[in-house]
Design a binder for this molecule. Sequence first.
Ligand code: ATP
Ligand code: MG
Length: 332
Amino acid sequence: MDIVVSGIRSTGNLHLGNYFGAVKNFIKMQQENNCYFFIADLHSLTTHPTPQDLHQSVKQVLVEYLACGIDPENSTVYIQSDVPEISQLYLFLNMNAYLGELERVTSFKDKVRTQPNNVNAGLLTYPVLMAADIIIHKALKVPVGKDQEQHLEMTRNFAQRFNHLYQTEYFPLPTSFNFGENLVKVPGLDGAGKMSKSNGEQTAIFLRDDADSIRKKMKKAVTDAGPTDINQVKPEPVQNLFDLLKLVGTEDMIQHFENAYNNCSIRYGDFKMAIADQMIQFVEPIRQRILDIDNDHDYLAKVAKMGAEKARESASKTIKEVNEIIGIRKFY
Ligand code: ATP
Ligand code: MG
């Protein structure tokens, strides 16, 4: 069985981007692989959540993982901070991560632009912590969305650099994984960019959203004035809506609206409500399961404890071996 690792930051509720970019693959992979799925609470500290918010967000992701169908008996589901070995490996990897390469990372440059008052060192070394998350279990496959492609490349660099420095083949080089050939990017509703937990409530469809809020958000989704020429190229906001329909709609619906766009008869109001209806059908059963699990504190505690134990077993083996390789040896 191949080892699989992936995680989601505890920065809010899961949305369709998290589902189609990541969680959908988690569920498909969990039978035939040795899977580790975690909640990345340490990664979410870069934006300084309050203690109350942090704990609540961790719980939300845990509940939503389970509601989506991750089976904690089959996969190892754990909270990143429950496994201190990850932070230890992060420290080791930081010794071979260089300022220049970290400053060139696209997600870092974006954060420098959008939050210039909080360019902390944790943000800079985010890809190093992510590498530690993955190679602590010596993973081969990492199911993630398109936005993580560059981080995965850095993970391979850090793993390879460690191997090279200590003349070993200790860490395998992991690759990003998706069942289709390409990694997925689910667009937001604001006409540009990807759907995100932290880009504002109105631009994402969450798995917790009820029918009413999905319709309201879709009504406000950005479009344009409408096509004026037969078969004209779609501008980004309109293409984004077609991309969303492809995730949740039927072949017939997609064809119907493609034709309507191409012969300039499309009415965006109808188009958006049709997408909303499909989204509601998709989200509703997951939403119901979220509501069921939400208050089952005993079950959540049991899952988190079991996951922490299994994850630490694998992580502490790696850390022991890494200490040995590096030359951190006991005198006593
Ligand atoms: P944040 O805004 O806090 O960064 P996020 O929505 O980007 O939250 P992450 O926790 O950063 O979510 O990412 C979790 C997983 O979901 C990753 O595998 C990431 O690639 C995937 N993912 C996030 N957004 C999208 C998206 N819009 N399309 C496809 N995959 C996505
Ligand atoms: Mg993100």
